[in-house]
Write a protein that binds this ligand. Structure first.
Ligand SMILES: Cc1ncc(COP(=O)(O)O)c(C=O)c1O
Length: 459
């Protein structure tokens, strides 16, 4: 029996709002966004979390004391964990290691047990997340493997809820739906529903560059050489068991840069905070809308909330590190700086700040070392954890001493025009290079920055 509190929370799953894009150019079309980010677990996957668990209970695969096991990029885990924990089940999830830290923290906070595995291995490898989860489900007594990639309750959730909601919210007038494919539950379920009510509706696939799905739709050829992509939750290196791609007439391959850039544009222009895959879907939807020669009504999804990507999609520093946005090149050492002081990206201290402030700022920014800058914006020192430790080990009250009392003032300064050889000399001694032209402090270069720079030159 369902408790009243369960019913209250479960009633918040689905019936998500549909809003129109008004400030981005959609060509001759009207483009609508279904805000799946408004589900209580923050994504479209709450729908299937509930549907798959209730079907398993109905079929006798899941009983009190049971364990829910799943391979998940995060959102399905969140949907399953939300429903399963409320119903009192143990939750064990296998999560690929490229997933945003926020999702993993959220899962753990819900009480799910996480097995982190490699994102860079494919089907058949023992560490491949789905094979790993299937193995765990066999090993744990009373466990049920949700298996969203093959579970018919997944597309059925979309056939019976997402599809009818869109149809009603569009007043039975909709020409195209732009979808991404992870497990393909959304696409397969919507295809089944719209076959009944609007057989002419066009499905458009938004696929991250590197996934094999768009090529398969456009050419019928199944590539074996999937690449990698940074967008989370969509794109595949195989065709999922429940996939029905027969109604997809057009597929767009979207590079990560465009996906991430479009997610940011959506926030800036429309005030909607979506995840990385929302960027892929919106980018494809915009391309489709702008290519049309007659007005159409098009729907796509804000698949999950962007709050779980604040340190990725919405962090300039992370975007630069990943090569997803680039600064204008200067052709000198400034191109290697991870966080630019002149762009306001560097966390700094003043010489009169206390060591406690220094330590708190390091903790908050997850950095071990901070530059010390005076009132005139001149770099006067560097302070790291060992400088603080040296001072406070025997006398903790020295946390109130000024930063200037223990910072390193003899800095390894290089002009932006200095050679890579000079930089290597400093880094090889375990030190940090300060890029400064006498007037201006541009930022620091650490070994991590050099590695990141070298990695970027590969792609
Ligand atoms: C983050 C995320 N997860 C999942 C999906 C949909 O995937 P599925 O094919 O599993 O229904 C999307 C769809 O766009 C998505 O953006």
């Amino acid at each position: 029996m369902q408790h009243a509190s369960q019913a209250a929370l479960f009633s918040l799953i689905g019936d998500t709002p549909l809003i129109e894009v008004t400030r981005i150019d959609t060509g001759p079309c009207q483009l609508f966004l279904k805000l799946e980010s408004q589900n209580p677990g923050g994504s479209i996957k709450d729908r299937i979390g509930r549907a798959m668990i209730e079907q398993a209970e109905h079929d006798g695969h899941l009983a009190p004391g049971g364990t829910v096991v799943e391979a998940t990029a995060g959102n399905t885990g969140l949907g399953l964990a939300l429903v399963a924990r409320i119903k009192g089940y143990r939750v064990v999830l296998v999560v690929p290691d490229k997933m945003a830290a926020e999702k993993i923290l959220h899962l753990k906070a819900l009480g799910a047990e996480i097995h982190l595995t490699r994102s860079d291995v494919g089907k058949g490898h023992p560490e491949y997340y789905q094979d790993y989860a299937a193995r765990l489900a066999k090993e744990i007594p009373g466990a049920w493997f949700a298996d969203q990639f093959n579970n018919p309750a997944n597309p059925r959730a979309h056939e019976t809820t997402t599809g009818p909601e869109i149809w009603d919210q569009c007043n039975h007038k909709v020409d195209a739906i732009v979808v991404g494919v992870g497990s393909s539950g959304t696409l397969t379920g919507l295809s089944r529903y719209f076959r009944k009510v609007q057989p002419n509706l066009e499905f458009v696939l938004a696929d991250p560059q590197g996934s094999i799905l768009a090529d398969y739709v456009n050419t019928g050829v199944l590539r074996k050489d999937a690449g990698s992509w940074a967008v989370e939750g969509i794109g595949e290196d195989f065709i999922p068991g429940i996939a029905d791609l027969s109604r997809v007439k057009k597929a767009y391959t979207i590079p990560d840069e465009e996906s991430f850039g479009t997610a940011r544009l959506l926030l800036q222009q429309e005030g909607v905070l979506g995840g990385s895959s929302t960027g892929t879907l919106l980018a494809a939807a915009l391309r489709y809308c702008r290519e049309q020669t007659r007005p159409k009504r098009v729907v796509t999804f804000v698949c999950d909330t962007g709050t779980r990507y604040l340190t990725k999609v919405y962090s300039d520093g992370w975007m630069v590190d990943q090569g997803l946005i680039s600064r204008p090149k200067t052709g000198d050492l400034r191109d290697l700086i991870g966080r630019r002081h002149d762009a306001g990206e560097v966390v700094t201290l003043s010489p009169i700040d206390t060591l406690l402030t220094a330590f708190n700022r390091m903790r908050n920014s997850d950095l071990q070392q901070l530059p010390v800058v005076d009132d005139g914006g001149r770099l006067v020192g560097l302070i790291d954890e060992s400088d603080i430790l040296l001072h406070v080990t025997t006398e903790p009250e020295k946390f109130s001493a000024p930063v200037s009392s223990t910072m390193t003032s003899s800095l390894q300064t290089l002009l932006p025009s200095a050679s890579m050889g000079h930089l290597r000399e400093i880094l090889d001694r375990g030190l940090t290079a300060v890029i400064h032209d006498g007037e201006r402090f541009y930022g620091l270069i650490t070994r991590y920055d050099l590695l990141n720079h070298l990695r970027r030159t590969l792609s």
